[in-house]
Design a binder for this molecule. Structure first.
Ligand code: IPM
Ligand code: MG
Length: 371
């Protein structure tokens, strides 16, 4: 198979983690005889520095012409600390999502048994957690009208949703629930917000077409608590843009590190695959970031090409490596390997024969000394 992948590494640790994901994609290409062509393009603060625009036209064009987009991270403290900045790195990602119509952001949360102790939550609370967040990505408060009034002394961000915007992601989420544990939880704030009432109304209507799916409604404040208190009660969480942003960061705590969670943004044009974490500027250039979220995002990218064996191989190798205790410092500050080493180990194992467990041990212990 030949596919073109736009690579938007972005800011902070973005370039380092994306590099590891590309190593892994190359290992897959090698083993399964595929050809991936990478089209590297600028986005975020890196793009502002070079062109003045967080999403240059060439980048958007490269994305449109590709079969998938691999995205790193976006954000730079020099903009975070300057509330008056007119151009911000994040605008690049938001515009990209909007331009490509990527209305559904899918964020699976899976627990690795070998990492249960790394979670700050108690084992009996989190055991068997396996959920996925369907976050609406191109509407709501993120994209409503915003501005200042009264000579700058009053600010507003408008939150708006249409039935159609809710219906299309709700259908995707119900489809996912049907393929999973057949439970869907709508997270909203229908006791206060009109947009949330429209979400409930629309989801209730869609639900009639999915009688096998058990639907539950939770207010977002309660959901924030439940996700930590009893995460294993959830299957598919469906929610609007900003609630999804917040709830999905929160769910990452369950797994032990936000550096483990991948995502896929899908919709009308080329799908985009990115870790859910940010640019972690303090860690940039130090080879300490966790590349697993980006590598698992690459696995989701392979799924989108219908390369399911390849995607599952990536996931099973990641799992094996983690089970062997090979993790980056976010998961074990006392015994860890570097970001680049993690990419090396995973890609090496993909290219070798995993059926033989002793070969795996030899490879891990012999060929790749820990730092
Ligand atoms: C995410 C990020 C983005 C968002 C930022 C970088 C704009 O937090 O993808 O979760 O808020 O959507
Ligand atoms: Mg976020």
């Amino acid at each position: 198979m030949e596919k073109r992948i736009a690579v938007l590494a972005g800011d902070g640790i973005g370039p380092e983690v994306v590099k590891q994901a590309i190593k892994v994609l190359q290992a897959i290409a090698h083993r399964f005889q595929h050809m991936f062509i990478y089209d590297v393009a600028l986005v975020g603060a890196a793009a502002i520095d070079e062109t003045g625009d967080p999403l240059p036209d060439e980048t958007l064009e490269a994305c449109r012409l590709s079969d998938a987009i691999l995205f790193g991270a976006i954000g730079d403290p020099k903009y975070d600390n300057d509330p008056t900045a007119k151009v911000r790195p994040e605008q690049g990602l938001l515009r990209l999502r909007k331009e490509l119509g990527l209305f559904a952001n899918i964020r699976p949360v899976q627990l690795y048994n070998s990492l249960i102790e790394r979670s700050p939550l108690k084992e009996d609370r989190i055991r068997n957690t396996d959920l996925v967040v369907y976050r609406e990505l191109t509407g709501g408060i993120y994209f409503g009208e915003k501005g200042r009034m009264d000579g700058g002394k009053r600010a507003f961000d408008h939150c708006e949703y249409t039935v159609e915007e809710i219906r299309r992601i709700a259908e995707m989420a119900f489809d996912a629930a049907l393929r999973r544990k057949k439970k869907l939880t709508l997270v909203d704030k229908a006791n206060v917000l009109e947009t949330s009432r429209l979400w409930r109304e629309t989801v209730q209507r869609v639900a009639q077409r999915f009688p096998l799916v058990n639907v539950e409604y939770l207010f977002v404040d309660n959901a924030a608590m439940q996700v930590i208190q009893r995460p294993n009660q959830f299957d598919v969480i469906l929610t609007e843009n900003m609630f999804g942003d917040i709830i999905s960061d929160e769910t990452s705590v369950i797994t032990g590190s936000i550096g483990l969670l991948p995502s896929a943004s899908v919709g009308e044009q080329t799908s985009l695959f990115e870790p859910i974490h940010g640019s972690y500027p303090e860690g940039a250039g130090k080879d300490i970031a966790n590349p697993v979220a980006t590598i698992l995002s690459a696995a989701m990218l392979l799924d989108s090409f219908e390369l399911f064996d390849e995607a599952n191989l990536v996931r099973s190798v990641v799992k094996k490596v983690i089970e062997k205790g090979l993790v980056t410092p976010d998961l074990n500050p006392d015994s860890f390997i570097a970001c680049s080493k993690m990419g090396d180990v995973i890609s090496l194992l993909i290219e070798s024969d995993l059926e033989d467990e002793s070969a795996l041990d030899n490879l891990l212990e012999g060929k790749l000394p820990l730092i």
